[in-house]
Design a protein around this ligand. Sequence first.
Ligand code: SAH
Length: 360
Amino acid sequence: MADVSQSGNRVELKGFFPGELEGFVTSLGLEPYRARQIAAWIYNRGSIDFAEMTDLAKGVRTKLARRASILSLKVAARSGADDGETVKYLFELPDGRRVESVLMRDGRRRTLCVSSQVGCPLDCTFCATGRMGLLRNLSAGEILDQLIYVRRELRARGDDLTNVVMMGMGEPLLNYGNVVRAIRLMNLDYGLAIGIRRITLSTVGYVPGILRLAREGLKVGLAVSLNAADDALRSRIMSINRRWPIHELLEAVRAYRQRIDRRVTFEYVLLHGLNDSMEDARRLAALVRGIPCKVNVIPWNPVEDVAFVRPPREAVDRFVDVLRNAHLTTTVRYSRGVDIAAGCGQLYIRPDAAATASVV
Ligand code: SAH
């Protein structure tokens, strides 16, 4: 069995595949297939209490409760945006650190934007999360539990979660193992059973991670935060570009696209006066020509003490028109929940609050 994590003398089960739990399950005197039943309770039904697992004998449930635990994040705060469609959750992890997730409703779609790290090791100048630095990676269980929690809440109201975007705090490809494990568990039918086409991972452009993901054969949607169409500017606002410049990034994107056969999304944060001219749009269109893709334009969301300017509506429209005239599928993401700092790039937790231990 893989290194099932122990808390106290209990084995933490959330984050493991049934195959990995078989050893533990048989050590309790259970048949190996029980591992899958337990996984379905944990992931699919969101159970956090062994007593609920009614297809297991009562004695077995008691034994499990003594020997194992099921991680469950606490909600430290929840805020709803003025639009009534966006909810930001502040989750508290077992060590007291905190991350945010954002639920967005759009028609019948219910999308949860989940975090993969506490903070972020990158330092993109326009993003709030980067200013926290990396505090730690989330475990697969901690990534999944954001979804399990919100889905349980939605289901209690006769609603359900439909889509997942890994666009919250952190760079998912720099927490590769846990993120891929979490995605598999989201997708599997005894897991959260969310179709792979409804799962998208967004990356800053970490090339080795993109290439590795291409080989994974997961068919997860890829979004790439391009944000500039020339290396000079991209290196200035995203230091990752100094190591993996645009042409290397696009080569990796092409390789991914070919392996996975899904359109890639390019995200492009619009910073007024820096990257939002018509010339910039033309350069962007030329750059991605030939790659089956869509472009997601995100007018910059304000971040405290950061001196960029959100472009006026006309600048956004002009930029988008150039892309559309170049036959690029283009959407504008006027981020949801900007009033509650739940928009793209606004997720941030003050270091003292992030490190505050739970008082429970
Ligand atoms: N680290 C990953 C996942 C985070 S996704 C990545 O970089 O893709 C967050 C998205 O929001 C990225 O596309 C990022 O470029 C964008 N973003 C960051 N700060 C922003 C801001 N202040 N306003 C609008 N978009 C922002």
